[in-house]
Design a protein around this ligand. Structure first.
Ligand code: TRP
Length: 345
C-alpha cells in the first residue's frame, strides 16, 4: 500500500477536529461517494479527521445478525481505503474497540429524556421504516446519545453529514450544554455540521437509493453491473424517440451526470439538447456509463489489491482505534469528574 505522506503535512491555522462515520451494514455506493466520501477525501489533508466504523450503532438494529456486522467492518474499511481515505492523514477507528464510548453513552443518557429521544425526527422516520411499532430496541432509540459520545470523545468541532443527521448534532450540543451547566464551566466543545451541497443521489429507479431495493450502484460494481444499472435508469417516460423533447427534472441519468460528469458545461449543453429534442437516451446513457466506469475502475482495482492483505487492513484499524481510544480516555476522565465519579483506576 502506498500513500502520500507529504500531503498530510499541510499546515492549516484553521485546523478543526472532524468526526464522520458510517454503520457497517453493507457496501458503500455512488450515493455515499457523491454525498460524503468525496468531502472526506478533500478534508483529510486540511483537518484532523477521524472516520468511525460505527459497529455498535449497526447492532442497535441488527443485533440478530452480529456475524454480518462483524464481516462488514472489514468491507467498510476496504471501501474507505479503496476510495482514497488515507490512513496517514485520517484516523480509521472501530467503535466497539473504544469501550470509553459505551461509558460516555451511559453517563450522557442521564442528561436526556425518553421524550426527547422520541422527538428526534430521524429516529421517528427510521422506526417507521423498520416497522418496529412499539418493539423499539432501547439501544436504537438511544443511538443519538451514543453518537454524541462518538463526536465528543474526540472533541470534534466539525461533523460532515447529510441533512438527516442534523438532529444528531443538535442532540450532541444539547448534551454538551447540559454538561457545562452541571459543571459550571465548559467541559467539551460544541460541534457544527458541515452539510454536503450535493443533493441526495437517487437510486436508478428514481426512488431513494437503498440496499434492499437493489437500486444503488456499489463502489465495487463490475463493468457489467454498471452497464445494467445505467441501462435500467429511469429517464423520461414521455421521451419515446430521440427527436422528442425530454424532461431533465426527475431524470436519473441527469442526476448522475450532475454528480459525476467532470464537465458541468457539457452537461448543461446536453440538458438543453435533451429538452429541445434530438438527444436520445441511449447516447446519453453511454456517456454516463463511461464516466462511471472510469470513476469506479481504479476504486475496484485498489480494493481487490487491498483485499489480498486483510492483516494489513486490520492493523490500520487497530492503530486508528488505539489512537482514538487514548483521546476518548481523556474526555471520559473529564466527564466522570463532572458526575463526581473517581473510582476507576
Ligand atoms: N449515524 C451515522 C449514519 O447512519 C453514522 C455515525 C455514527 C456517525 N457515529 C457518527 C456520523 C458520528 C457522524 C458522526 O450514517
Amino acid at each position: 500500500m502506498s500513500w502520500n505522506p507529504e500531503a498530510a503535512e499541510v499546515s492549516n491555522p484553521h485546523r478543526e477536529v472532524i468526526l464522520t462515520g458510517d454503520r457497517p451494514t453493507g457496501p458503500l455506493h455512488l450515493g455515499h461517494f457523491a454525498g460524503s466520501l468525496r468531502t472526506r477525501l478533500a478534508l483529510q489533508y486540511v483537518h484532523d479527521q477521524t472516520v468511525l466504523i460505527a459497529d455498535l450503532q449497526a447492532l442497535t438494529d441488527n443485533a440478530g445478525r452480529p456475524v454480518d456486522v462483524r464481516r462488514q467492518v472489514m468491507e467498510l474499511a476496504l471501501d474507505y481505503l479503496a476510495v482514497g481515505i488515507d490512513p496517514t492523514a485520517s484516523t480509521i477507528a472501530v467503535q466497539s474497540g473504544i469501550p470509553e464510548l459505551a461509558e460516555l453513552t451511559m453517563l450522557y443518557l442521564n442528561l436526556v429524556t425518553v421524550a426527547r429521544l422520541e422527538r428526534n425526527p430521524t429516529i421517528r422516520e427510521e422506526i417507521e421504516l423498520r416497522g418496529f411499532g412499539r418493539a423499539i430496541p432501547a439501544g436504537f432509540l438511544a443511538y443519538p446519545v451514543s453518537q454524541a459520545a462518538d463526536i465528543t470523545a474526540v472533541q470534534a468541532t466539525l461533523v460532515p453529514v447529510g441533512s438527516d443527521q442534523l438532529p444528531m448534532i443538535e442532540q450532541t450540543n444539547e448534551i454538551v450544554r447540559r454538561l457545562a451547566h452541571l459543571a459550571g464551566h465548559p467541559v467539551l466543545p460544541e460541534c457544527r455540521p458541515l452539510l454536503s451541497d450535493t443533493p441526495r443521489l437517487p437510486g436508478v429507479d428514481g426512488r431513494k437509493a437503498s440496499k434492499s431495493l437493489g437500486n444503488a450502484i456499489a463502489l465495487t460494481a463490475t463493468p457489467d453491473e454498471i452497464r445494467a444499472k445505467v441501462g435500467a435508469m429511469f429517464t423520461d417516460p414521455g421521451h419515446l424517440r430521440a427527436s422528442d423533447p425530454g424532461r431533465v427534472e426527475g431524470n436519473v441519468v441527469f442526476s448522475y451526470l450532475d454528480a459525476f460528469d467532470p464537465s458541468g458545461e457539457e452537461v448543461e449543453e446536453l440538458k438543453a439538447r435533451y429538452r429541445a429534442g434530438g438527444l436520445g437516451d441511449v447516447q446519453l446513457k453511454r456517456r454516463l456509463e463511461q464516466i462511471l466506469e472510469s470513476l469506479v475502475a481504479p476504486i475496484r482495482a485498489r480494493r481487490s489489491e487491498l483485499a489480498h492483505d486483510p492483516a494489513a487492513v486490520e492493523m490500520l484499524m487497530r492503530t486508528g482505534t488505539t489512537r482514538t481510544r487514548e483521546t476518548a480516555a481523556g474526555v471520559l476522565r473529564d466527564v466522570r469528574a463532572v458526575f463526581g465519579l473517581g473510582w476507576s483506576t
